[in-house]
Design a binder for this molecule. Structure first.
Ligand SMILES: Nc1ncnc2c1ncn2[C@@H]1O[C@H](COP(=O)(O)OP(=O)(O)OP(=O)(O)O)[C@@H](O)[C@H]1O
Length: 613
């Protein structure tokens, strides 16, 4: 009985090797924050002024109690009330101004970080994408960046604002009555210890939760993309079970976060409240003794109460900062991954797209002693490809035939440098592809894979991706004709019809023909096709082949083929067996000389005698 696919989980690489301090992590945001530092600084100053405006209110209260109230002056009380109202309005306006100052620049910071992440993801090697689950990348580009924007908008400013407010408030209280001030300061040390303990534990669960969100995103993405398989095999229950399991784990982590938050809230609220209670008792005794004025006690306690919010908020501000530090770590884990190394153009020797073809021994596509091992494989493992020496002459079409898993797809992926050769070299018209800038290489070489990938765009746009920006309707029509993709004209909006996510609204054969059209639309000098006709019926395949033969006349092509009909497109055939080229010749030559080739082309089951040969 088939088992449910295991939920895709982040690899070791997607987990932190060692966590650095939150401040060190957050400091990495500086290059993004630098352009908006002026606005952020002004906003912080505005917030400090707004917050300190609130601290003037207790002083006005003291003036009201010791002045107009003691003197029974109604007019004085009204004047005091007016001052309080003006202070309140000023505080509100200043906080509003702060918000307005930071909103636009921070949205810009988030957008530029997201753009950099996307650009970087495009430049990372295929080997990176093979290793990283897509959900982990998605969650870094969405949830983590949102956490960072929130951190820059609130905790970054308010940790500063609240610290200044607390210091100013404490100074005011010490100036009012220093003994009571010291009573209120007593919990400071235990609160700091609690915060330190909290930060260490919270950073661990915050990281766990964010990684689990990534795993969950991967599972959802896979389920949505694989919905046909899940339904087809009736696996929706087991898939739902896997989802529930992961979300239960995430729920557990979120609850652990909530418990930690509850503990720090309790400590941060209780300790200062106890101190305020003690100060109230002591202050009342002093007022009764006559050693303290009632107004001073009112001012003192109002200041203490005004400081409650700045102190209590420290808990969640620290939590948000910790989450932001984790988000920064996760963001830079991707950004620190080494992008594909480009290579400086070889001095004038590189051929250019559409340029004149050179002749001679080096011309065409040549593999020289090529060995390849996937980057994850150990250096002592057997290479997937070894000692590949193959010369495809200019204008020649070479079919690549081999058993399943023999390395055909891997070999084709080496030509546009989707993977780098481990040893040896590949040359195009005599120039080592490792010395060509990728952009130039990929303008020369067009590819179509067996599994055609289309994007959520119009049919025409999908095809024209394979051509220079100057290509238009004429090139599109020609490519569609070669690929026998005339079905496009019968679609509701013709070539403007949207193909939907991954082109799943089209049939497999239709997608393959569009991918083929994309490969030929730019009239590339070199064409690499990985079994591009496998999903076509024999009649359509014959039509495509007839058209392709005309196109391939001027193109140097390497075509992976499984069927004799596709092989007949080619001038010569190379047989790949166990990662090595074991025979090269025409179709008929190989049929005569190679038992393996004859067997592969026959479609028969191999006899044990042939098996042993
Ligand atoms: N990304 C990868 N990482 C590690 N090994 C891989 C990777 N892709 C393929 N392989 C391995 O490389 C070998 C060759 O695979 P490849 O896809 O090139 O074979 P193929 O000849 O194209 O097979 P098929 O005809 O079935 O498509 C296989 O053993 C496969 O398991």
């Amino acid at each position: 009985m088939p088992t449910t696919p295991a939920p895709a989980e982040g690899t070791d690489e997607t987990r932190p090797a060692e966590s650095r301090s939150a401040v060190r992590s957050l400091l990495r945001l500086w290059p993004y924050v630098k352009p908006v530092r002026g606005r952020l600084a002004v906003a912080a100053v505005v917030a400090v002024v707004a917050s300190c405006t609130g601290l003037v209110i207790p002083l006005v209260l003291k003036w009201i109690v010791d002045g107009p109230v003691a003197d029974r002056s109604t007019g004085g009380v009204w004047l005091g009330a007016l001052y309080l109202l003006l202070l309140g309005v000023a505080e509100a306006v200043l906080f509003g101004l702060r918000r307005w100052l930071v909103a636009r620049p921070l949205a810009g910071v988030e957008a530029s970080m997201r753009a950099d992440l996307y650009r970087h993801l495009q430049r990372l090697p295929i080997a990176f994408h093979d290793r990283w689950p897509s959900g982990q990348l998605l969650s870094r580009g969405t949830t983590d960046l949102m956490l960072l924007r929130m951190f820059l908008a609130f905790p970054l400013t308010f940790l500063l604002v609240n610290s200044v407010t607390i210091v100013v408030g404490v100074l005011i209280m010490l100036a009012q009555e220093w003994t009571l001030g010291l009573v209120l300061l007593a919990p400071a040390l235990p609160v700091m210890v609690v915060c330190w303990l909290f930060e260490k534990r919270y950073s661990r669960v915050a990281r766990q939760a964010q990684d689990q969100v990534g795993d969950l995103t991967t599972l959802v993405e896979e389920s949505v993309l694989g919905i046909r398989i899940i339904k087809g095999f009736g696996r929706h229950r087991s898939q739902a079970l896997a989802f529930r399991e992961l979300s239960r784990t995430l729920r557990g982590t979120e609850l652990a976060k909530a418990r930690l938050l509850a503990a720090i809230f309790a400590a941060i609220t209780t300790l200062p409240e106890l101190a305020i209670g003690a100060a109230l008792v002591l202050g009342t005794v002093q007022v009764a003794d006559g050693s303290l004025s009632a107004g001073t006690l009112v001012a003192f306690l109002s200041t203490a109460l005004a400081l409650r919010w700045p102190v209590e908020s420290i808990g969640f501000l620290l939590a948000m900062s910790q989450e932001a530090a984790t988000a920064t770590e996760r963001y830079f884990e991707v950004m620190d991954a080494e992008p594909e190394a480009d290579t400086a153009p070889a001095s004038g020797a590189a051929p250019t797209a559409g340029g004149t073809r050179t002749s001679g021994a080096g011309a065409g596509l040549r593999f020289e002693g090529v060995r390849f091992r996937y980057p994850d494989a150990g250096s002592d493992s057997v290479p997937v490809l070894d000692s590949i020496d193959l010369h495809i002459r200019p204008g020649e079409t070479m079919a690549l035939v081999g058993g399943t898993g023999s390395g055909k797809t891997t070999l084709t992926a080496l030509v546009p440098r989707l993977h780098e050769v481990t040893a040896g070299r590949i040359t195009l018209d005599g120039v080592d592809i490792a010395e060509m800038p990728r952009e130039e290489l990929r303008a020369l070489v067009a590819v179509a894979f067996e599994e055609p990938t289309l994007f959520s765009a119009g049919v025409g746009e999908n095809v024209l991706m394979g051509a220079p920006d100057t290509a238009g309707e004429a090139e599109l029509a020609r490519a569609l004709a070669v690929a026998q993709a005339d079905f496009v004209h019968a679609l509701p909006q013709g070539t403007d019809t949207q193909v939907g996510e991954q082109g799943l609204s089209l049939s497999g054969g239709q997608r393959q023909r569009l991918a083929l059209a994309r490969a030929v639309v730019g009239s590339p000098r070199f064409l690499v096709l990985d079994d591009p006709l496998s999903a076509l019926d024999v009649h359509t395949e014959a039509l495509v082949e007839a058209a392709l033969r005309r196109v391939l006349a001027g193109t140097t092509a390497l075509v992976v083929a499984h069927r004799p009909s596709t092989v007949l497109l080619a001038d010569r055939v190379a047989l790949l067996s166990g990662g090595r080229v074991t025979a090269v010749g025409t179709h008929h030559e190989l049929l005569r000389t190679s038992a393996e080739y004859a067997w592969l082309m026959s479609g028969r089951t191999r006899t044990s005698e042939e098996e042993n040969r």
